[in-house]
Design a protein around this ligand. Sequence first.
Ligand SMILES: Cc1cc2nc3c(=O)[nH]c(=O)nc-3n(C[C@H](O)[C@H](O)[C@H](O)COP(=O)(O)OP(=O)(O)OC[C@H]3O[C@@H](n4cnc5c(N)ncnc54)[C@H](O)[C@@H]3O)c2cc1C
Ligand SMILES: NC(=O)c1ccc[n+]([C@@H]2O[C@H](COP(=O)([O-])OP(=O)(O)OC[C@H]3O[C@@H](n4cnc5c(N)ncnc54)[C@H](OP(=O)(O)O)[C@@H]3O)[C@@H](O)[C@H]2O)c1
Length: 274
Amino acid sequence: MNQMTMPAAAAPTLPDAQTVTSVRHWTDRLFSFRCSRPASLRFRSGEFVMIGLLGDNGRPLLRAYSIASPSWDDELEFYSIKVPDGPLTSRLQHIQPGEQIILRPKPVGTLVHDALTDGRRLWMFATGTGIAPFASLIRDPETYERFDDVILTHTCRDVAELEYGRALVEGVRTDKMLGELLEGRQERLRYYPTTTREESPKMGRITDLLRAGEVQRELGIERIEPGTDRAMICGSMGLNTDLKEILEGYGLREGANSDPADYVLEKAFVGDGI
Ligand SMILES: Cc1cc2nc3c(=O)[nH]c(=O)nc-3n(C[C@H](O)[C@H](O)[C@H](O)COP(=O)(O)OP(=O)(O)OC[C@H]3O[C@@H](n4cnc5c(N)ncnc54)[C@H](O)[C@@H]3O)c2cc1C
Ligand SMILES: NC(=O)c1ccc[n+]([C@@H]2O[C@H](COP(=O)([O-])OP(=O)(O)OC[C@H]3O[C@@H](n4cnc5c(N)ncnc54)[C@H](OP(=O)(O)O)[C@@H]3O)[C@@H](O)[C@H]2O)c1
């Protein structure tokens, strides 16, 4: 993918330290970065970990972050908001290749294949930075081994906020190894981006577009039902609550690691917003 890279070099000095290898700024609110991966870290695509920096008081300042890279990747990737006064991201947004972050190697989460029963079609519904776990899952072979049809929807306020996801999908389709996952059928991974504030080819909240049957019509899907459809949701509290109601209206049942079912959800952040 289109990333500036440099080899992981500096020896760790912090506890659980990893070295940043590349950074890319997508907008004045969004950036992504890659870092070294501890040799012992095993995770399932879609999980999150705690990452951070050392605070002024000398103690780790940690926040939950979805791992945006797939489980087979040698490095880890994260996709981050920049909260102007945010304790962590007001500093993390200035991180440079060669510098270190703290990474607690205890991955957890519900947006994982293990929490879903088998189906034919997998929906991934994201808003904002909620696309991060799906950046991992759409690069994981298991996603295409388990599902014939994968649909990633991403809703943001502005067009520029869609760019990370657009580039990601293009990367999967054009990368030789990842493209093979689609077995020559690009339509196995469909991408449905929408904006709500800035003019774009497709406007509207995904919830409204689903309720109106517009998404289904445009993608040629007769109905969403428990027999065929599985879903993963990652967005704000409001999005998660609204989509949960919509999916349950279609008869889908919420799953968990301990009780796999038809759909799973996770908050992309805690709170009402910036
Ligand atoms: C399970 C989980 C996974 C997460 N994964 C990611 C991720 O992959 N990328 C990421 O950028 N953040 C993610 N977050 C949010 C992250 O943990 C931090 O809240 C974020 O990095 C901001 O940290 P902060 O200390 O700067 O500000 P905080 O004090 O944590 O937050 C300040 C304010 O910003 C809002 N806010 C926080 N994060 C976001 C966001 N991502 N989008 C929009 N508004 C936000 C909050 O509602 C809060 O009001 C995740 C949160 C959870 C619970
Ligand atoms: N994005 C920006 O340009 C911007 C700039 C400065 C500050 N902020 C602040 O940053 C915080 C987070 O912003 P964000 O844009 O990352 O996340 P967000 O507010 O969760 O919005 C992301 C996308 O999700 C949609 N959405 C929100 N609630 C929904 C629901 N219940 N059902 C369906 N769709 C829903 C939004 O549509 P709607 O537009 O219809 O809400 C938007 O397109 C907010 O508090 C915001 O005030 C954002």
